[in-house]
Ligand binder design. Structure first.
Ligand SMILES: NC(=O)c1ccc[n+]([C@@H]2O[C@H](COP(=O)([O-])OP(=O)(O)OC[C@H]3O[C@@H](n4cnc5c(N)ncnc54)[C@H](OP(=O)(O)O)[C@@H]3O)[C@@H](O)[C@H]2O)c1
Length: 167
């Protein structure tokens, strides 16, 4: 099964100027808890932004360039979907924008953290409410910082669990 995990600002923004413009420790902890031990599917650009400790995990990276040492290098969405269908374990689609767009039709669940603040992002994620059912919402307590390390004044971030509507 394929599960998507994403964090957005209040407008669905996921990144600005090539990076995530916030630091939310509670969401990072949630991400780690959810994905620990599972393969993670991502694009080359996102791979480049990851710390070494995450790169050392089972990262499946889409790229036309096979010269970097990911756990698996994949050259197409179809090849990656075939591998996921053959697997017995859940895999997480972790971004970025191009990978979210291409894999959304193949995912059954979305874990979407929302930080209720506008970060003026230039890359976005949005799912159609007609295709996704809202199952639950949980608060993620704790501060959110901007890229300068200043605490951002915003309401409590929350995590929405969405499942694909039956056809
Ligand atoms: N807020 C969040 O939850 C979140 C999560 C993850 C990432 N992000 C942010 O998202 C941004 C990156 O998103 P992005 O869309 O620019 O990049 P991306 O999706 O991470 O990676 C794009 C790259 O993946 C490869 N690729 C994509 N589709 C492919 C396909 N069908 N076949 C083969 N290779 C394919 C290509 O690599 P090559 O050029 O090497 O061929 C492409 O340049 C970053 O700023 C990151 O920080 C945000």
């Amino acid at each position: 099964m394929l599960t998507m995990i994403v964090v957005t600002d209040k407008n669905g923004g996921i990144a600005r100027d090539g990076g995530i413009p916030w630091h939310c420790p509670a969401d990072l902890k949630f991400f780690k808890t959810m994905t620990e031990g599972s393969p993670m599917i991502m694009g080359h650009t996102t791979w480049d932004t990851l710390p070494l400790v995450v790169k050392a995990r089972r990262c499946i990276v889409l790229s036309r360039d096979f010269s970097f040492p990911a756990w698996r290098n994949m050259s197409s969405v179809q090849e990656t979907i075939r591998m996921a269908l053959d697997a017995t374990e859940n895999m997480y689609v972790i971004g970025g924008e191009s990978i979210y767009n291409q894999f959304l039709p193949y995912c059954g669940i979305i874990y979407k953290t929302v930080i209720p603040y506008d970060f003026h992002c230039d890359q976005v994620f949005c799912e159609s409410p007609r295709e996704w059912r809202h199952e639950s919402t949980d608060s993620l307590e704790g501060p959110v910082y901007n890229k300068d390390g200043a605490e951002v004044s915003c309401r409590t971030p929350y995590m929405k669990l969405l499942s694909r509507m039956p056809l």
